[in-house]
Design a protein around this ligand. Structure first.
Ligand code: FES
Ligand SMILES: [Fe+2]
Length: 390
């Protein structure tokens, strides 16, 4: 007698995957030739987060951004405008910036090698030769300019003249976090780590919460729905049973009595005054710009997590904690927010490194995505489509 498998219940609107999906090939996470391909097709073609505008406040200040063997710099013009250029001199190609951050002299951008001098707009002002060869025209040797944009106090640039429209690199409308006055926020702290994993391992881990109960006991307690290995209400196939239930276990948000992502759930900073009751309740709103950064808004601080690939199996992570100026001016102790993030991020870094090690197994060629990993599927589809883009 054959038995029919019981029909699977999936309520309408269920977010999960309904069939198993094969992951990206294992070699894409460590093969150096493939890594170069991803640098060219993804990292050199999309908008990348460079720094906060406040780190580039004074005219003539600059910051470099290095990815793979490429380097660009952004510079604040005398008129306040931010511009980006390839970090290379038009004479014989020397890098123009000796340091990762600094300020150019009043004379402008002076090449450290033979002192060619450029304006902050990138025009070649003078060479160091006695005379120029016939036909040499300084106008033909401006710096190679690149797109740069300042958005809500964040400076972004791209290694290509024609990146996709800026708003398209984000997963939500650009105005989603306007209530947080992002442009006015100041950096209260920065954490930096180097993780021994491919940059995609980091993004994949970020895109699922299947690991949350086992890997993040403290976070799973603070955010009860994460404790169920789910990110959102509709990740549960039976979500309609609790559609109206606002228990955070079903609806998201923090455990009773907690208001922010800190060690004791209590806010450490002055609260953002304009945040809606609904967003306050949600307690964390994510805005993501692949491949370089995600921003998480809480009721009293904003966390900016940026990644940069250092090599096929090494990724730099930097986390900035942004606050209203009042929070820092009044000397509030922000340690409990930093400590909490440090714990969660260290837990993530540890599993990312385990993931990376296992990917090398002779037996493993590709894995499988489970229903809760629908956002990884979107990420992997995006990676594939970027690689296929001519
Ligand atoms: S390489 Fe820059 S002036 Fe010669
Ligand atoms: Fe995690």
């Amino acid at each position: 007698m054959s038995t029919q498998p019981a029909p699977v219940r999936r309520d309408p609107g269920y977010a999960g995957l309904t069939t198993p999906v094969e992951t990206l090939p294992a070699s894409w996470y460590f093969d150096s030739v493939h890594h170069e391909r991803e640098l060219s097709r993804i990292w050199y073609r999309n908008w990348l987060y460079v720094c906060r505008a406040s780190e580039l406040a004074a005219p003539r200040s600059f910051r470099t951004l290095d990815v793979g063997d490429q380097s660009l710099f952004v510079v604040r013009g005398e008129n306040g405008e931010v511009r980006a250029f390839h970090n290379t001199c038009r004479h014989r190609g020397a890098a123009l910036c000796r340091t990762a951050a600094g300020a150019f002299p009043a004379a402008g951008i002076v090449c450290p090698y033979h002192s060619w001098r450029y304006s902050l707009r990138g025009e070649l002002l003078r060479t160091s030769s006695q005379v120029h060869g016939d036909g040499f025209d300084v106008h033909d040797y401006s710096l190679f300019s690149l797109p740069a944009t300042e958005w809500n106090g964040f400076v972004f640039a791209a290694f290509t003249r024609d990146p996709p429209p800026f708003a398209r690199s984000f997963d939500l409308p650009l105005g989603r976090l306007d209530d947080w006055q992002l442009g006015d926020l100041v950096i209260g702290h920065r954490l930096q780590k180097t993780i021994a994993c491919n940059w995609k391992v980091f993004w994949e881990n970020y895109n699922e919460c299947l690991h949350c109960p086992g890997v993040h006991p403290r976070l799973a307690q603070l955010v009860p729905i994460f404790g169920r290995a789910l990110l959102e209400r509709r990740d549960d196939p039976d979500w309609q049973d609790h559609a109206e239930d606002n228990d955070p276990k079903y609806g998201g948000g923090l455990r009773a009595g907690a208001e922010s992502w800190t060690m004791d759930g209590q806010p450490v900073g002055v609260l953002f005054p304009g945040v809606s009751a609904e967003d306050r309740q949600a307690a964390h709103i994510y805005l993501t710009s692949v491949p370089s950064v995600f921003i998480v808004a809480h009721i009293d601080y904003v966390r900016v997590v940026r990644l940069l690939p250092l090599a096929s199996e090494r990724t730099a992570m930097s986390i900035e904690f942004l606050f209203l100026p009042e929070t820092l001016n009044t000397g509030r102790d922000i340690t409990k927010a930093v400590e909490f993030t440090d714990i969660v991020m260290s837990e993530d870094a540890a599993v990312c490194e385990l993931n990376q090690r296992g990917l090398h197994s002779l037996a493993y060629h590709a894995g499988v995505l489970m229903p809760e990993e629908y956002a990884i599927r979107q990420f992997q589809d995006w990676v594939r489509s970027e690689l296929a883009r001519s």
